[in-house]
Design a protein around this ligand. Sequence first.
Ligand SMILES: [Fe+2]
Ligand SMILES: [Fe+2]
Length: 206
Amino acid sequence: MLDKLIIEFDKGLRTLAAPAISGRPHPDAHIEESEMGDAERRHALGLMRVNHCGEVCAQALYQGQALTARSDAAREALKGAAQEEVEHLAWTEARIRELGGRPSVFNPLWYAGSLAIGVGAGLLGDKWNLGFLEETEHQVGAHLDSHLTSLPAQDARSRAIVGQMRDDELKHADMAHELGAARLPLPVRALMKLSSRVMTGASYRA
Ligand SMILES: [Fe+2]
Ligand SMILES: [Fe+2]
């Protein structure tokens, strides 16, 4: 267990400090940069910073959950999805830089919190662990949909990234469901929405 924790801690440091690498081509690789006004660019930057922060949290959640998952099937599925989350991290990080910004200063804080939540969810057993994952992915998917509405219409590059991420997150939700996720009680789902609102509000700004 201690070895595992050290490995996860090392992964955490790398998530926060080193640039992530994508196996798949970036979804916006073939799309030309568009003309944007300053306010539009800043808005797109804020949204992409929120998405990047969400992906940092996804890393921590998946790590925490994989660490404590009981069945091999659950652990392997979590690892596979986590690999796609690394790609999301790479895409959003690159886009933030292109828009002239930096990742959120709050990332280490959310990372630590999410790791604790992931470990906690894993300790409750696989069906709740997967239930938490399914609900998270659904909420993130809905959130990304709202960004597709809110992003500047001409920012095709950010849109391509967010669209692909949304498709991946819904696939992760289905995977968790098929592995036997339990439906979380309503107050838990509401609490998750509330905490993500706090996180997104902060990382949009800084
Ligand atoms: Fe993701
Ligand atoms: Fe996901």
